[in-house]
Design a protein around this ligand. Structure first.
Ligand code: GDP
Ligand code: MG
Length: 215
């Protein structure tokens, strides 16, 4: 069998599992948000601040990492439930892994399931997990050239978040360049600038999530 067929079969199986995940969460009235970024851009920190601000215990988190349950431990205090998914050497979460994670959760009464994908700006982009919305997260220390370099991530995003704006002015980072690059690839997604550390800009992010949830 040609290699291309194998790849497309993998994606077809993933898409079927993603559709089931989406239907399951839809039926439970839960909104799923898939967060994709490079390692260290602040996914876990952002969720640590976001979940209590939305409402303590309103959200569950599925966290993907190659190894360790460190992020799940960091989120355990604020989330209604947290499932750590170790991918071994895998550079992204698959819909089947998310299905297994959802099997560990009681979705009753939840507003959101946040999915912290494996830190990677390339691999997770091709894999629908059954999310309702996709977040592309960038942070100031990564540099202002990443939107142009990793355009597929930003093209596929429903919202683009720039984290660590408390470091603007300390590090060289041209915000206009990022705005221009986003305009080239995605005119649909809002561009939210925030600091998960200082809290600046968090209101706009929380407002976007509440609008997504519909209340
Ligand atoms: N200065 C600053 N540091 C941050 C901010 N958000 C996260 N960090 C730090 O960035 C590092 C990586 O954050 P983490 O949440 O683990 O990133 P993840 O790998 O994407 O989950 C940690 O040392 C955080 O304290 C922020 O808004 N400003
Ligand atoms: Mg993390």
């Amino acid at each position: 069998m040609p290699k291309i067929s194998v790849v497309s079969n993998v994606l077809q199986a993933n898409d079927a599992a993603a559709a089931e995940n989406r239907a399951l969460m839809q039926a439970a009235g839960v909104v799923a948000v898939n967060i994709i970024s490079a390692p260290g851009s602040g996914k876990t920190t952002l969720l640590q601040q976001t979940i209590p601000a939305l409402a303590e215990g309103s959200s569950a988190v599925l966290v993907g990492d190659l190894q360790t349950s460190r992020d799940a431990e960091r989120l355990a205090d604020v989330a209604a439930a947290t499932v750590q998914i170790n991918t071994g050497s895998g550079c992204h979460l698959s819909a089947e892994q998310v299905a297994a994670g959802l099997g560990e959760l009681d979705l009753t009464g939840l507003d959101f399931v946040f999915i912290e994908n494996v830190g990677n700006m390339v691999c997770p982009v091709s894999f629908d997990l059954g999310e309702h919305a996709r977040v592309a997260l960038l942070s100031v220390p990564e540099g202002d050239d990443k939107v142009a370099k990793y355009h597929t991530l930003f093209q596929a995003a429903d919202v683009i978040v720039l984290n660590k704006v408390d470091l603007l002015g300390i590090l060289d980072f041209d915000l206009d360049r990022v705005r221009d690059d986003i305009a080239q690839v995605n005119t649909r997604a809002p561009f939210v600038q925030l600091s998960a550390k200082s809290g600046e800009g968090m209101d706009e992010w929380l407002g976007w999530l509440r609008a997504l949830r519909g209340h």
